[in-house]
Design a protein around this ligand. Structure first.
Ligand code: MSP
Length: 510
């Protein structure tokens, strides 16, 4: 793969970042870092969704003009993602002038092609979802996501001939098994396509809503927020020039939560067809986090703020938890107890301890000076190396399949192997025998190779820790990619150990 385009949903600016949005950002950031390290040209996009009823309402509640309000919240999103170390390449706002212009250009194009018409419509509208619902989609007459009764709205509007593309979309999904993944969400979309999808209402009269992108061929209307927002995935690339669009669009990997499968799996591909643009490559759908077993909501007061968790446990440990504790596509649960136990078990006891041990012995026995490897490469040394080389290959497969938890699990399994190697070699006993000094030096050199390789394997997951590991090993970034056995010249001096992940004392809290 030479290029990859990773996108997140554009977050509504009616709430600040929380656990759910942070999870989307952490998985996409991890992938972006992974692909960059693989040498792929990567474009990673995020941003904010700023138009529509919902935003107009919260701006009014905050007693601010819409633009002023969205400027503030969008800046807060950006600041928080920056504080979390998220390495997006472009931050788009749907209020950006180039985006507005692009949406209008597409509306013109689709209108001129005859796929937008004017008509009368009555329907049940959920402001929370910003979309119309059919009776069938409601649960006890209520929106299944917001549990509110939708408003009956009847008005004249513009419609996109979405239904015209239904068969083409179904054929595409049927012939591209991983177009929408995991499979459960693909089936969900195929089920939607078994019923007539109808046409999509894509305008709102200004008498009801002014906060939106003007319909270029009728000044009495603004554009429906989803028709506006979905186009960001193309407008952002185009804002960087046609060549950027050509390079990245065919490689588009969209990441979304399961609540917005319909707009991304049905509206968006049919819009692309009507606009004469190629379809995205994959729609990757993740599950919804609950908090201590409960749905996360402002009213329950159980929202989790990313910077608070970062302050409590560190960003890398938070990333580790999110990636290790969840299975992509399923609904994971956030528990304080599991956060701390993951930290203690995997990061403090396993990773942190291993690094301290290896570096402490190097310091104590050889004053930090790296000794030569064993010229004979005994079986144990080869097995240790092979275990890590195999783990690296496995990680490639896991990342490709979005199995982040298995990638991290395999790193921990390799570390277990390295811990057994220490026990088996027992350098702390061998050192007492003056004839075995050279072997101890070689064993410790192997352990440093483990630490160096860990730094490479963990880089996409734990970026801050990797910087620290590199500092402890006194290596330049390029040294991390050298083959096993070539990372350190004998005579190279490493630094004394540091406690990377101090254990959290759970008893003390009781
Ligand atoms: N603005 C639309 C998306 C437009 S994309 C062109 C939107 N925004 S949102 O802010 O309401 O939510 C966006 C995403 O937040 C969800 O799809 C999901 O990625 C994430 N999550 C929100 N709550 C979540 C959880 N509790 N758990 C996991 N992710 C969740 O929809």
């Amino acid at each position: 793969m030479s290029s990859v385009y990773i996108t997140t949903p554009l977050f509504y600016v009616n709430a600040e970042p929380h656990l759910g949005s942070t999870y989307t950002m952490v998985i996409t950031d991890t992938l972006a870092r992974y692909y960059r390290a693989q040498g792929a040209e990567t474009f990673y996009l995020t941003g904010t969704d700023e138009h529509g009823d919902k935003i107009a309402q919260v701006a009014a509640e905050a007693k601010l003009a819409e633009k002023e309000f969205t400027d503030q919240v969008s800046a807060a999103f950006r600041r928080i993602w920056d504080d979390c170390g998220i390495t997006y390449d472009h931050f788009i706002r749907t209020t950006d002038a180039h985006h507005v212009q692009f949406v209008q250009e597409i509306l013109h194009r689709v209108y001129n092609a005859g796929d937008i018409y004017f008509g009368k419509y009555g329907g049940l509208y959920c402001v929370g979802c910003e979309r119309f619902y059919t009776e069938k989609e409601l649960r006890d007459g209520k929106c299944p996501d917001h549990l509110t009764v939708p408003k009956l709205i009847e008005e004249e509007n513009y419609f996109f001939r979405m239904g015209k593309y239904q068969d083409r979309l179904r054929a595409h999904i049927e012939s591209h098994a991983d177009f929408i993944r995991p499979e459960g969400y693909r089936n969900e979309v195929l089920a939607m396509l078994r019923e007539p999808i109808g046409d999509l209402c894509i305008s709102r009269p200004k008498s009801r809503l002014t906060w939106g992108i003007g319909i270029p061929f009728d000044e009495r209307y603004v554009t429906y927020v989803w028709f506006d927002a979905l186009l960001n995935y193309v407008s952002a690339l185009k804002s960087r020039g046609e060549a950027t669009f050509e390079k990245f669009w065919p490689e588009a990997e969209h990441f979304i939560g399961k609540d917005i499968v319909k707009p991304h799996g049905v509206f968006w591909p049919t819009m692309l067809m009507a606009a004469g643009l190629p379809l995205y490559k994959h729609l990757n759908v993740h599950g919804f986090w609950t908090v201590e077993g409960q749905k996360m909501s402002k009213s329950l007061g159980n929202t989790v703020a990313p910077l608070e968790v970062k302050a409590q446990i560190g960003m890398d440990a938070f990333r580790y938890f999110l990636l290790r504790e969840s299975v992509f596509g399923q609904d994971p649960d956030f528990r304080q107890e599991s956060l701390v136990s993951r930290y203690n078990t995997d990061l403090a006891n396993n990773l942190g301890n291993f690094v301290s041990r290896a570096l402490a012995m190097q310091q104590k026995y050889f004053a930090g000076i790296v000794q030569p490897l064993d010229a004979d490469w005994p079986a144990e040394d080869r097995e240790l190396r092979d275990k890590f080389l195999q783990t690296e290959k496995d990680i490639d497969g896991f990342m490709h399949d979005l199995q982040f938890h298995r990638a991290l699990e395999s790193v921990m399994a390799a570390l277990d192997h390295a811990n057994r190697y220490i026990v088996q070699m027992a350098p702390f006993t061998m050192i007492k025998d003056p004839t075995k000094q050279a072997r101890v030096g070689a064993v410790l050199h192997q352990l440093l190779e483990v630490v160096r390789t860990l730094a490479r394997l963990l880089a996409p997951f734990l970026p801050d820790t990797v910087g620290e590991l590199r500092g402890l090993l006194a290596l330049e970034p390029a040294a991390l990619t050298k083959p096993w056995g070539e990372g350190f010249a004998p005579g190279h001096k490493i630094n004394p150990p540091k406690n990377l992940f101090p254990r959290i004392d759970t008893d003390a809290k009781k």
